[in-house]
Unconditional design. Structure first.
Length: 121
């Protein structure tokens, strides 16, 4: 369920996608908590501003991660997958990583497209 979490080319089953979602949600929460704490202490900003900074990082991270997945799987030419990439950012804007990582986890279940090199020697 938690195998190859950093292999973005892998086609996952539903159970593996759920494991991917849980792992990245926990990783995101942990990273944002640490980042907000460090930035809050170093810059002496309040908790509210530090949490907004964390929210911004999640809004950037979710579409970036989904773009990374569609790039590794050669799916950048399909408008539906680009729409899922954008929807992960919108979901993250609305409910953070809780909703933003759902399209990302779904993208991991899609098989990789193998492109044929059309060049001839």
């Amino acid at each position: 369920m938690f195998n190859d979490l950093f292999n973005f080319e892998k086609q996952r089953t539903g159970k593996e996608a759920l494991g991917f979602y849980i792992a990245y949600l926990l990783l995101t929460i942990l990273a944002i908590a640490i980042l907000s704490g460090i930035v809050g202490v170093i810059l002496s900003i309040g908790f509210d501003l530090a949490s907004r900074l964390g929210w911004l990082v999640v809004v950037i991270f979710c579409p970036w991660l989904s773009y990374k997945i569609i790039s590794k799987k050669n799916l950048k030419r399909n408008i539906l997958y680009i729409g899922l990439c954008i929807s992960s950012g919108i979901g993250a804007l609305w409910m953070g990583g809780l909703l933003g990582l759902i399209p990302v986890a779904y993208l991991t279940t899609i098989p990789k497209i193998h492109l044929i090199d059309a060049r001839r020697d």
